[in-house]
Design a binder for this molecule. Structure first.
Ligand code: ATP
Length: 241
């Protein structure tokens, strides 16, 4: 088997005395979609933030494309192709959609216009409303904008932190359609989600997190088909869609 594009080994993250993540290991193969699912506080954001250099791991190692990036800073990882879409979307609400995308396209120089036009083709809603403030978009459309902005960085792997958070079920479907679009470009995706069922439906591999630890791993379709797992970890209370 070829080297995974991203590999996390024995990762632990602590905040003072809080052990948020404990001995978590998983691989992400190039071109695949891997999801980490778990309830509030399971440690999902801590893992993604450790990978993208936003928080410093207490122990363990992270390898990206064969290079150790355990202590690399976020701004150095983006040009290497590891890009995060933050939780809560974080679009610049008073700036126009076009301006939000221009911020993501700075590295293109003269080619920025063409790169942004490509995003408008891929996500027509953004093109139609390009002159409007980003804050006028619905929650799902803002998520689309945040993903489009991240795609402008030409990621090899895109890390998504709960893209469906706070969205109505119909809008969640739209966001997952955008995630399918991202995959269609060949981009590798690591998705953390509380909406376990929906995320596992979209994923190749899944890992179930509980209290900072991976309790089950496997092909996403196997996890979804396992009644014991559904009962124990993915009960209706945790699933929004
Ligand atoms: P959510 O779905 O609510 O975002 P999560 O699965 O992403 O949850 P984390 O945000 O990684 O989980 O949090 C894991 C644990 O670490 C929680 O107990 C949380 O309270 C704690 N934690 C997270 N960030 C900090 C921090 N900066 N300082 C102290 N504790 C933190």
């Amino acid at each position: 088997m070829s080297e995974p594009l991203l590999s996390v080994k024995n990762l632990s993250v602590t905040y003072g005395r809080v052990e948020a993540v404990r001995d978590v290991s998983f691989d992400v193969a190039a071109g695949s979609l891997v999801t980490l699912v778990g309830a509030n506080g399971a440690g999902k954001s801590s893992i993604i933030n450790a990978i993208s250099g936003i928080v410093r791991p207490a122990s363990g190692s992270i390898t990206f494309d064969g290079t150790d990036i355990t202590r690399a800073k976020s701004h150095r990882l983006v040009p290497r192709g590891l890009v995060q879409v933050p939780e809560g979307r974080q679009v610049l609400a008073t700036m126009s959609i076009a301006e939000n995308l221009q911020m993501g396209a700075r590295s293109y120089g003269k080619g920025a216009g063409a790169a942004i036009d490509e995003m408008y083709e891929r996500f027509p809603v953004l093109g139609e409303r390009r002159k409007l403030p980003a804050g006028s978009l619905s929650g799902g459309e803002q998520q689309m904008l945040a993903i489009a902005r991240a795609m402008l960085a030409r990621p090899r792997v895109i890390l998504m932190d709960e893209p469906s958070m706070g969205l109505a079920p119909k809008i969640v479907d739209e966001v997952f359609a955008v995630i399918d679009e991202v995959r269609a470009t060949g981009t590798t995706v690591l998705l953390v989600e509380q909406n376990a069922r929906r995320a596992l439906q979209a994923a190749d591999q899944g890992h179930i997190l509980q209290n900072g630890h991976v309790v089950r791993s496997g092909p996403a379709s196997d996890l979804l088909a396992d009644d014991d797992i559904i009962q124990a970890y993915l009960g209706t209370g945790e699933v929004n869609g």
